[in-house]
Design a protein around this ligand. Structure first.
Ligand code: GLP
Length: 245
């Protein structure tokens, strides 16, 4: 486990974008696992800039997203497919056919999850998986209590996640109560993981993830023993860490 502490959220984004750019340059047909949320937004803008100004080439890159809200159409402005299109894919020279986001509107959601797993396998697995972290320690939508061998499935969102994510919706009742999410077992199969976090609001959960017990109560702690995992966190998110990094 490697921990990099950035001075600011801006520096976290720059370092994370450079980390991704480096892996894409070394393997142009890389398979990326991608995340949504406020944390990666700036990093995605920087990747788009690198594509436009530095010729970072996404034409052979494949992507698989961590999760999607159940029930939201791909063009709903809070769906994760919409987020990814607007924040990243529309701004890259990527072939949209190579970008995969679970469908929240599939007729049979469990079947959609099983097929997503199959597609990842057929692509040869994820080379580099990006993770954010929820206030309660969730990764993707693996809420506390998710097991370390969980697979892509339909999950119920906790009250605290619904509350946290309601900031993006007009009102709290509009937040879907369920989502489709890669499992922790699925995430752990990636060759490499990069987890990013910023802001003092994440300080407790980052401390528990890195220094607390490995427990289903803090789902992110279940990936920290991955043999190729890097954390890039800003100073505020690192403010409660006790160890030296
Ligand atoms: C959502 C996503 C997670 C993300 C988390 C944190 O719940 N499902 O993948 O890591 O939010 O979001 P933020 O980066 O906005 O704090």
């Amino acid at each position: 486990m490697k921990v990099i502490i950035a001075e600011t959220a801006e520096e976290m984004s720059r370092k994370a974008a450079e980390f991704f750019a480096d892996r894409i340059r070394s393997k142009p047909d890389i398979t990326l696992g991608l995340a949504t949320g406020g944390t990666p937004e700036n990093m995605y803008a920087l990747l788009a800039e690198k594509c436009e100004n530095e010729g970072l080439d996404f034409s052979h890159v494949k992507t698989y997203n961590l999760d999607e809200y159940a029930g939201l159409a791909p063009d709903h402005d809070q769906s994760y497919r919409y987020f990814m299109n607007v924040k990243l894919f529309n701004n890259l020279n990527i072939d949209k056919a190579n970008t995969h986001v679970l469908s929240g509107q599939a007729e049979d959601l469990e079947k959609e999850c099983a097929e997503f797993e199959q597609k990842i396998k057929e692509a040869g697995g994820v080379d580099l998986q990006l993770l954010g972290i929820g206030n309660n320690g969730h990764i993707a939508f693996n809420e506390p209590g998710s097991s370390s061998d969980s697979r892509t499935r339909v999950v119920d969102l906790t009250e605290s996640t619904i509350k946290a994510n309601s900031r993006f919706f007009e009102n709290e009742n509009d937040v879907p109560k369920q989502a489709l999410s890669m499992g922790i077992g699925t995430i752990r199969e990636a060759n490499e993981i990069l987890l990013i976090a910023s802001g003092s609001g994440k300080a407790d959960t980052v401390q528990q993830t890195l220094e607390g017990p490995v427990t289903e109560d803090v789902p992110a702690s279940l990936v920290r023993d991955h043999d190729n995992i890097t954390f890039i966190i800003d100073k505020e998110a690192a403010s409660k860490l006790e160890g030296e990094y």
